[in-house]
Design a binder for this molecule. Structure first.
Ligand SMILES: [Fe+2]
Ligand SMILES: [Fe+2]
Length: 284
């Protein structure tokens, strides 16, 4: 639409000019369409420097408007894609944790703890964000563990434990089928969250920084939370015992740098614990 007599136009709202002191004289307006031909916005230019807008101006603007619409549409789509990945990850993780009768808030807390550790460790914002949503998937491989073993109260026999351990590889196999960023990260987390700094973990028995930082962080976040919660095989530990264990396992089970960060930022951890308690189900 070309409007060269804006002030007299029936659609013109003079309020903005009145408030700002700006004087709108001429205007060109082009609708912006997405790939489904739905209008997602309007491309507008105001006050041509000299003279009034012409059909040639309009053609140029239509080109600019269609490029902008494409860019905007792609950005909206990318954002939706990101949201969908996040939601899928959350729902899948919750499905698994429900089956092992762990509370949905376990995965929320693990996500939040991982975020704190990633940020304080110095990972960039992108990686921190990715890990926050990937770490709750650590136990997705438990889908493949029989109920009788998964939910057995009390200690596992050696054989049962061997079967339990397969959940790391299973999770990796499920998730590594995807090339998507968050799911790729989740595959690493599933594979390496039971590795130990001293090389005595499973399934690979790798040690130190051979273990991906995503795996090392999730290990700390997961154990910190698991010890502090009731499970089918044990009661929640008091905080001082949990901290004593981390002190003992510093440089053994866990990356010593991450244990230091846990102690340094304990306040933030406890804040998360208070926010996502197991008593009330928080649906967000
Ligand atoms: Fe696990
Ligand atoms: Fe867990």
């Amino acid at each position: 639409m070309i409007i060269n007599n804006v002030q007299e136009h029936e659609f013109f709202n003079a309020e903005v000019d009145k408030q700002t002191g700006y004087e709108t004289k001429t205007m060109m307006v082009i609708p912006m369409f997405n790939r489904h031909n739905t209008i997602i916005g309007v491309f507008q230019v105001i006050n041509k420097k000299e003279g009034s807008f012409t059909e040639t101006d309009l053609r140029h603007l239509m080109l600019a408007a269609s490029y902008s619409a494409e860019t905007l549409d792609a950005a909206i789509l990318a954002d939706e894609n990101d949201q969908t990945q996040k939601e899928m990850i959350f729902l899948m993780s919750e499905a698994v944790e429900k089956r092992s009768k762990e509370t949905g808030n376990h995965i929320k807390r693990v996500a939040a703890y991982s975020r704190i550790l990633a940020r304080e460790y110095g990972l960039n914002e992108d990686d921190t964000y990715t890990l926050e949503f990937a770490s709750p998937m650590h136990d997705i491989g438990k889908i493949g563990i029989p109920d009788a073993i998964l939910n057995k109260p009390g200690k596992h026999t050696e054989e049962e434990f061997a079967i339990m351990k397969t959940h790391a590889l299973l999770g990796y196999e499920i998730l590594s089928a995807s090339a998507k960023g968050m799911l790729k990260a989740a595959a690493i987390v599933a594979y390496e969250h039971h590795e130990k700094w001293n090389g005595k973990g499973y399934p690979l028995g790798i040690k130190g920084d051979e273990i991906h930082i995503f795996g090392r962080i999730t290990a700390v976040a997961d154990v910190f939370d698991a010890l502090g919660s009731d499970r089918c095989y044990k009661k929640a530990w008091p905080l001082d015992e949990i901290l004593a264990l981390f002190k003992e396992e510093r440089g053994e089970h866990f990356d010593p740098n991450l244990v230091d960060l846990l102690f340094e930022h304990l306040d933030a951890f406890l804040e998360v614990r208070d926010k996502f308690t197991d008593n009330e189900s928080t649906v967000e």
